[in-house]
Design a protein around this ligand. Structure first.
Ligand code: TYD
Ligand code: MG
Length: 454
């Protein structure tokens, strides 16, 4: 029996201490340091089967001696998931999928497991086999290469893996696993660290990809030690507003591809549906143009996305006017209102302003500014904008219309969707010729007022 050793871990950031203290030096949180019993494993948990043992010792090689042939990736048959991963699942890689409870992490991975044409082992520590079966029936199609195991002890999981020899392993979730070599409870820092280390060892030695689901804390980070994100190859985030149907899958870290890619899904009664042309869905098709609506040509990662912005400007009933924004930074809204007041002479100081980005999407792209301003102006004048207008520019403090990146990509997307005019900054360099869409160049906010308010 190995010697029992105890260590103190901060439950917030995972920093290790030799003795207890009140405040964590690293994250400055109080009362988060907890003693955990750590028993150093005598032997490795994942025992490589003798047939697969590779006693390879790596040698230094010249860069051009290294085999650069592209590693064959496993196709998940889910275009959005493949795209975010950079073209498919890399053999031997560890992927961590984080997201708020109830957002659809288990649904997404179960759905992918059911579609995968490989032998897949879905290990759940959260739901019973029956519950998973019920979920699988909702999703369809059920195939016969997906195995479900309800187990939380890593040693038992490895035993099953050894006999089943799956091509891909999915763990739901890393916080429910526990290893016999560590005495603290599941979900504690040392357990998460140990279980992940064992899984990494397994993945790298057998070249089997492993996908982990991770819970997130209330401030949006993946629960557990920060080191977890360093240990895995890819960190994905599944996000969205639970009251809306759209979900966005984003790569936060990707050792095998870009982190600019984005996957969009729609939650339906029968699982998640891939959304391949999001712009068409996010814009509501109306017969009648309404005041206060404007369309922004934004970019999410590298994907162009046409988003509808709605504003409501009304006389404040109470003394202090209210300003509220959903899906848009409220401070930025206040700044844009101040610019409109000072540079374009609109008296908005005594008005309530409400702003909403439809579809429950959160937008960081500064190119949405111009659409926000246009929507506010339209609502203030109670005059609808032409429904085939769209906007892509940032607004500066002095009311200048600033250029945005990849403007041509935005213009082409707007053209494809049949918009007649796109408003962009005069300072953007555009080399597109003969476009069916009219490119309206503007330099100051007053130009916009003259052009859209008749
Ligand atoms: P779930 O995958 O359990 O979330 P997580 O694992 O991230 O906690 O998703 C649960 C939600 O998804 C639940 O509120 C119901 C909804 N849902 C559907 O709308 N349609 C479906 O087909 C499924 C399986 C779930
Ligand atoms: Mg779940």
């Amino acid at each position: 029996m190995a010697k029992v050793k105890t260590t103190f871990f901060c439950q917030n950031c995972g920093t290790q201490y030799a003795k207890w203290q009140g405040q964590c030096n690293a994250c400055k949180e109080w009362n988060t340091i907890v003693e955990e019993v750590v028993q150093k494993p005598d032997k490795s948990d994942w025992k490589t089967p003798s047939s697969k043992t590779n006693k390879r010792v790596s040698k230094p090689l010249r860069v051009n001696e290294i085999d650069a042939s592209k590693e064959a990736r496993l196709n998940s048959l889910d275009n959005e998931f493949n795209r975010v991963l950079g073209g498919g699942i890399v053999p031997g890689s560890l992927t961590l999928l984080g997201g708020e409870p109830g957002i659809g992490k288990s649904t997404l991975l179960l759905q992918i497991s059911l579609k995968l044409p490989y032998k897949t082992l879905y290990v759940s520590g959260e739901e019973s086999q029956k519950q998973i079966k019920m979920r699988a029936e909702r999703i369809n199609p059920v195939n016969d290469t997906c195995y479900i195991l309800t187990e939380t002890k890593t040693q038992n999981i490895f035993k099953q893996i050894e006999s089943l020899e799956p091509d891909i392993v999915i763990i739901d979730s890393i916080q429910t696993l526990h290893s016999d070599y560590i005495e603290s409870s599941s979900g504690s820092i040392s357990q998460i660290k140990e279980c992940t280390t064992e899984l990494i060892k397994f993945a790298k030695e057998t070249n089997t990809p492993v996908i982990l689901i991770g819970h997130i804390t209330k401030d949006g980070n993946i629960a557990g030690p920060k080191i977890l994100e360093h240990m895995v190859d890819t960190v994905l985030h599944f996000e969205g507003d639970r009251n809306h149907v759209f979900r966005i899958l984003r790569a936060q870290k990707n050792r095998f591809g870009s982190t600019h890619e984005l996957g969009i899904y729609e939650m339906q009664g029968s699982g998640l549906r891939e959304v391949s042309n999001p712009s068409e869905i996010l814009i509501s098709k109306k017969d009648e143009a309404l005041s206060g609506n404007a369309i922004a040509a934004t970019l999410e990662g590298v994907r162009p996305l046409m988003i509808e912005v709605q504003a409501l400007v009304s006389t404040a009933v109470y003394g202090t006017p209210q300003r509220s924004a959903t899906g848009f930074n409220a401070k930025r809204l206040n700044m844009l209102l101040a610019v409109l007041e000072k540079r374009a002479g609109f008296r908005l100081g005594a008005k309530d302003v409400f702003l909403n980005i439809t579809g429950g999407i959160n937008v960081d792209d500064p190119a949405i500014d111009l659409a926000v301003v246009a929507a506010i102006l339209s609502s203030n004048e109670d005059e609808a904008l032409q429904s085939d207008f769209c906007f892509a520019a940032e607004v500066g403090l002095s009311g200048e219309i600033r250029p945005v990146q990849r403007v041509e990509q935005r213009i082409l997307e707007a053209e494809k969707l049949g918009f007649s005019t796109i408003f962009v900054s005069k300072y953007n360099k555009i080399s597109l010729k003969d476009t069916a869409i009219k490119i309206q160049l503007i330099s100051k906010i007053e130009d916009l007022v003259d052009l859209i308010i008749i």
